[in-house]
Design a protein around this ligand. Structure first.
Ligand code: FE2
Ligand code: FE2
Length: 191
């Protein structure tokens, strides 16, 4: 891994998330978890670490500003994202990964883009970041976490399936909206 490059991105993320120190600590935890999964499954360690570190880079921008940035940069938002702006930070974060953090590798940006909802047929890096966001060591609220953490190192697809099923069940139980992309992902992984 390129130490100087990691330090440089790390300093910028720390600044971007300065309003919420827990978010920064979560981001470092996701980066470390993603790197462990990458070494287990044979993915690129540096890409996994950087995608993890940057996955929530847009999370501390206030919602009005996130929407304004999407308009300015012509990032299309779905009706659900407009009414539930906490869903925007994935696609805005992917855009900023390229424009602000200089990430040229499209696979890193795509992994950031889909980290909240997942999508059908995720590649290895996308699955690793999606899973790492859910299982990093400070997470402790989700159902079946022991099983999900074990599956993460045994079978990425089975792990993604379990996370999608548990997340959708939790959202339904709490009457919260479910992003159509998460439903499509769930359909893909359970068929
Ligand atoms: Fe996120
Ligand atoms: Fe996150």
């Amino acid at each position: 891994m390129d130490h100087d490059r990691i330090c440089n991105i790390n300093e910028k993320v720390k600044k971007a998330l300065a309003a919420d120190q827990r978010r920064y600590i979560h981001s470092v935890a996701v980066a470390n978890t993603a790197m462990c999964l990458a070494s287990c499954h044979g993915a690129d360690l540096e890409n996994a670490y950087i995608a993890g570190l940057l996955h929530d880079n847009a999370k501390c921008i206030d919602y009005a500003e996130q929407k304004a940035m999407c308009r300015r940069f012509e990032i299309e938002l779905s009706p659900l994202e407009i009414t539930n702006p906490y869903l925007i930070h994935g696609k805005l974060g992917a855009f900023l990964a390229k424009m602000k953090y200089g990430i040229e590798d499209i696979s890193v940006c795509e992994a950031i883009k889909w980290h909240t909802t997942g999508k059908p047929s995720m590649n290895m890096l996308e699955s690793i970041v999606f899973i790492s966001d859910y299982i990093e060591p400070m997470r402790h609220h989700a159902d079946n976490l022991d099983r999900v953490r074990r599956l993460a190192f045994e079978d990425l697809d089975k792990c993604v399936t379990q996370i999608l099923s548990d997340t959708i069940r939790m959202l339904e139980a709490n009457n919260r909206p479910i992003d159509p992309m998460a439903l499509r992902a769930h359909e893909y992984y359970t068929k």
